[in-house]
Write a new protein. Structure first.
Length: 361
């Protein structure tokens, strides 16, 4: 067995020459940040919540939910080897946890938090697990099928998520909003409304954390946050709307991503609570976590962004430092911010025509 320490727990993992997803049970250190975020977020919830880790693997996330956040956890995996490993790792860390060996879609019970972290797409699980919630709760979902969500495999996105993607410079944001829109639509079919509390793209995956509450009116309100991103591949103008816009001002036809979540990706209140909790939590590089959460909190709520080099190319201008670009946009009276999607990109409520006026006059 290999031994790994993450946060406050130490786990055993079967020995393989290379740790990959093809192994029966594997530990992915790249996803430690993903787990750190979820642990930090659940530390901001009332203690002793009932959590289901639907695809627990080695059990590292589930064990940390118990030890570091003080919750009750059922750790499930359809692989019997993983279920046995969860039990042995719980015993190794002297942590009380319930290990289960079931198909996630066949689990019974009621939970305050359900965490779904598959390798690939989560679509076959999101709709069925809505039955596991009480009147309200939290759903955490990871998607690693970014090629489909970002438009490289358009037909796969249509089949899986029932949505049209857009392969653009801001395709990762479009993909994240398609994922959120899918979660919202599944929840609404069970009469749940959703409120995103922390949603982000990082490395090779997308992760959404949403608060759900039962009620037809809440579900209807969530549906009002679904819409279209309109993109012109001729002039690069982009906009969002509840119904599709057909023709761009330049005379060419818009392409669309839809249905996508056009509302906020995060709750500023929750992010502020997480920032206050960072110093007490096991989150690795605390300063990096603070920078990331602060970046999310300060993002302008617009469902697309601009790459600074892309904008320079469109306007036929030399590239400028991002801070210089942001300063000029603010001086012109528009909202703008950096974005976590790319270190060279920014969000703004300024249109392409506004940007042209700001930087070419």
């Amino acid at each position: 067995m290999y031994e790994f320490t993450e946060g406050s727990v130490t786990i055993d993992v079967p020995e393989y020459e290379i740790q990959t997803s093809r192994n029966e049970v594997f530990y992915n250190p790249v996803m430690e940040f993903n787990r750190n975020v979820s642990i930090l977020l659940t530390r901001c919830l009332p203690p002793e919540r009932d959590i289901l880790c639907g695809m627990a693997g080695t059990g590292v996330r589930a064990l940390r939910y118990v030890r570091e956040a003080g919750h009750h956890v059922d750790a499930n995996d359809i692989n019997p080897l993983a279920a046995r490993l969860i039990s042995s790792n719980a015993e190794k860390n002297d942590i009380n946890i319930t290990a289960m060996n079931k198909d996630l879609n066949l689990i019974d019970g009621k939970y305050d938090v359900v965490d779904v972290d598959p390798f690939g797409s989560p679509v076959r699980y999101v709709h069925p697990i809505m039955r596991l919630f009480k009147k309200e709760g939290y759903l955490f979902v990871t998607a690693t099928d970014t090629a489909a969500l970002c438009g490289s495999f358009k037909n796969a996105c249509v089949r899986k998520y029932g949505a049209l993607p857009l392969k653009t410079a801001y395709c990762h944001e479009v993909g994240l909003r398609i994922l959120l829109g899918y979660v919202a639509r599944c929840a609404a079919s069970w009469n749940y409304g959703v409120t995103p509390i922390m949603s982000f793209y990082k490395d090779h995956y997308m992760r959404v954390h949403v608060y759900i509450r039962r009620g037809k009116r809440r579900a209807d309100e969530s549906m009002r946050h679904l819409g279209y991103i309109n993109h012109c591949f001729s002039c690069s103008h982009r906009s969002h709307s509840h119904t599709p816009e057909c023709t761009c001002a330049c005379g060419n036809t818009f392409n669309h991503a839809n249905p996508v979540w056009t509302g906020k990706l995060c709750s500023e209140t929750m992010l502020d609570e997480m920032l206050q909790e960072v110093q007490q939590a096991h989150v690795g590089d605390k300063e990096a976590m603070i920078r990331f959460i602060t970046l999310l909190r300060d993002e302008v709520s617009i469902p697309y962004h601009w790459d600074s080099h892309e904008m320079a190319s469109i306007l036929r201008l030399p590239a400028a430092p991002l801070e210089t670009i942001l300063s000029k946009i603010r001086d012109a009276g528009h909202a703008c911010s950096r974005t976590h999607f790319s270190p060279t990109s920014f969000k703004t409520d300024a249109t392409l025509a506004d940007l042209a006026s700001i930087f070419t006059d």
